[in-house]
Design a protein around this ligand. Structure first.
Ligand code: KMH
Ligand code: ZN
Length: 276
């Protein structure tokens, strides 16, 4: 069990439209400002989806590289790029994300219904992501949307070995319509299948945000929060900005006597290369 808490901010995602959520960070300037604000109140890692000039999700490699460079220049955060993208993104584009050479990247461990859509993650594709990340020294975060995906993670590690750095970190993404529910009972059930020695974060989508956060803290886990996962702060109250969500997570982590870890501490925890 870790002493402190890794807080990851997922500020943008691929699902919310800027027209529906005007305070969603979509330009590089907005993203960098959000990152700085969130780092100040306790975030140590940022899970990044980017948008194009039209504010829609994109996996444009030039933009991804510029984003990684800007976040490294302006913050000490561990930079994690999403390889999940949007449900419409082709596999080749999702694999090419790794050519932007982030510190970390997400790797979803299976296909899942995703609201009215399907988030496709074929086995061969997952294996290719895992191998390409290791070739490039990128530390994966294995995203788990349903409990069976933890069995797939065990199979991946058994058949293809440990990731870059040798440490396994998973993120339980709970409460997606089509995936596992976001509640304490399910979180505990999932933990039975997390590989020995692995660390875990959890995030609850929408109204499951608070129960998942409290359950994860109680179980010795880490936290992901952000407007990718919820745009509601409380019933009838919209999120002001990502820093508001990070500040709440930091406060709860402190109450749990597991205060936020610094980016340098998280690099050690996850075996990510130290920034220079
Ligand atoms: N946008 C979802 C379809 C990830 O970032 O790796 C997938 C997602 C997972 O957000
Ligand atoms: Zn994501």
């Amino acid at each position: 069990m870790s002493t402190g808490t890794l807080i990851t901010v997922a500020p943008t995602g691929a699902e919310h439209a800027k027209s529906d959520v005007p305070n969603l960070p979509v330009t590089l300037e907005e993203l960098v400002q959000t990152a700085k604000d969130c780092e100040r109140v306790g975030a140590a890692m940022i899970h990044v989806h980017i948008r194009g000039d039209d504010t829609r999700p994109t996996l444009d490699l030039r933009r991804l590289k510029d984003t990684v460079a800007a976040l490294r220049a302006e913050t000490d955060l561990v930079v994690q790029l999403s390889t999940g993208g949007a449900v419409t993104d082709p596999e080749e584009d999702r694999l090419a994300v790794l050519d932007a050479l982030p510190d970390s990247a997400s790797c979803t461990m299976g296909t899942v219904n995703f609201g009215d859509d399907v988030f496709m993650n074929r086995w061969e594709f997952v294996v290719e992501l895992h191998k390409r990340m290791r070739d490039r020294g990128i530390v994966p975060e294995y995203e788990i949307f349903d409990i069976g995906q933890l069995a797939s993670l065990r199979r991946l590690l058994d058949e293809h070995g440990l990731p870059a750095g040798g440490h396994v970190h998973v993120d339980l993404v709970m409460g997606v319509p089509g995936g596992m529910p976001g509640d304490a009972r399910t979180l505990v059930a999932a933990l039975n299948l997390v590989p020995d020695g692995a660390t875990f974060s959890a995030t609850g989508i929408g109204r499951t945000s608070i129960p998942v956060m409290l359950a994860a803290l109680s179980a010795g886990g880490h936290l992901r929060v952000g407007m990718e996962d919820t745009v509601s702060y409380a019933r009838g109250q919209r999120v002001k900005d990502n820093a508001q969500l990070v500040a709440r997570a930091s406060g709860l982590a402190k109450i749990a006597q597991r205060p936020p870890l610094s980016p340098a501490e998280v690099r050690t925890l996850l075996r990510v290369a130290q920034s220079n």
